[in-house]
Write a protein that binds this ligand. Structure first.
Ligand code: DC
Length: 335
């Protein structure tokens, strides 16, 4: 079961306005959360004590919520707080991450939800970016865009089509023919290549180096950056990559550069891959990670680099929870 919050304001204390505001708010909550009435367990309303003309619960009943248990209460007056506001808590049987809805004047109550926020986390391979980004996305209820996955999908396309990742002409011609997309199921990113889900296939270790090489081509970067910017423009999200803070979203309000010593990063990758049953050698991985970082740092277009305004985090001696808490605190301070 999930709890979904929402609020809306009205201009006048009049029955018709309250009825239409409650209807609009509930319909928007259902739409945003892909819910049907049968999934609603109950709806609790509160309204500021300057609204006397109509009960929000009665308005919900009139709006078609016949069988749902409903409850309304009046909030105490708090000096300086929002006026003529109806708040709602809706409990629903769903596994999806709740999308809270704040409409009209009530959007001021939750700027973190109503304004699109973008968090950039860049850093070298194995620094823990994607692990941290996924947890933060869940905690803030925003999307997590693993941009490396899109470059990995390009590398997989080259591998399958037997295109040399160093040959920019051949890569460019392949890029014109392929389609790469990402979508989200229960907040988890799925990566598609020409309509086929390749989320696991792109995690093979041999793809890592190919992705680094293929990502240096302008034709690849321009296509992937377009996809990343399109998502970030309309959706609050945390993006992890190499050039998010410097190139993809130089205006992002929150930027972090996450790094760790190479031996630690190699150890993390080693544990991650062996846990998935892949046979890899620690020493080989360490060499590969160092080589890949050099390649990502030294390419001409949008190399791996800390943005001047990014906060540097060295996670070598930090737990994942500590890094997550540090990022969350920094975001909360600035929101
Ligand atoms: O984060 P990852 O290991 O999945 O990334 C694979 C490669 O993709 C990485 O070595 C360089 C490239 N990449 C990039 O150039 N820009 C990004 N924003 C993300 C990844």
């Amino acid at each position: 079961m999930k709890a979904i919050r929402g609020a809306i304001t009205v201009e006048n204390d009049c029955a018709e306005e309250i009825k239409s505001a409650v209807k609009e708010l509930l319909e928007e909550i259902l739409k945003k959360n892909s819910l049907i009435t049968e999934q609603i367990v109950c709806i609790l309303f509160s309204s500021t004590n300057d609204l006397h003309s109509f009960y929000p619960a009665k308005a919900a009943r009139e709006a078609g919520f016949f069988l749902v248990p409903l409850y309304s209460s009046i909030e105490p007056h708090i000096d300086g707080s929002l006026t003529k506001c109806i708040r709602v808590m809706l409990l629903a049987e769903t596994d999806f991450l709740p999308k809270h809805v704040y409409l009209k004047g009530a959007s001021a109550l939750r700027k973190d939800i109503t304004n699109v926020i973008n968090i950039a986390i860049d850093g070298p391979a194995g620094s823990g970016k994607s692990t941290v980004a996924k947890i933060i996305a869940q905690k803030l209820n925003i999307l997590c865009l693993d941009t490396g996955a899109t470059y990995r999908a390009c590398a997989l396309a080259c591998l399958r089509a037997k295109v040399d990742v160093n040959n920019s002409k051949a890569v460019s011609s392949l890029m014109d023919k392929i389609q790469i997309e990402v979508s989200y199921e229960n907040g988890v990113q799925k990566t598609y290549l020409n309509g086929e889900e390749v989320s696991s296939a792109i995690r093979q270790n041999e793809i890592s180096m190919l992705a680094s090489t293929v990502s240096a081509h302008e034709c690849v970067r321009s296509k992937m950056v377009k996809l990343q910017r399109k998502t970030a423009a309309t959706t609050s999200c945390i993006l992890d990559g190499r050039d998010i803070g410097t190139n993809v979203l130089p205006e992002a309000k929150f930027k972090f550069f996450l790094t760790a010593r190479p031996d630690i990063r190699a150890q993390r990758r080693y544990s991650e891959l062996t846990a998935k049953g892949q046979k890899v050698s620690y020493e080989e991985l360490k060499k590969e990670i160092i080589k890949r970082d050099e390649q990502d740092k030294s390419r001409q277009i949008a190399p791996l680099k800390q943005a001047e305004d990014a906060i540097l985090i060295d996670s070598s001696d930090m737990t994942i929870e500590e890094v997550v808490q540090f990022v969350l605190n920094s975001v909360q301070e600035k929101i």
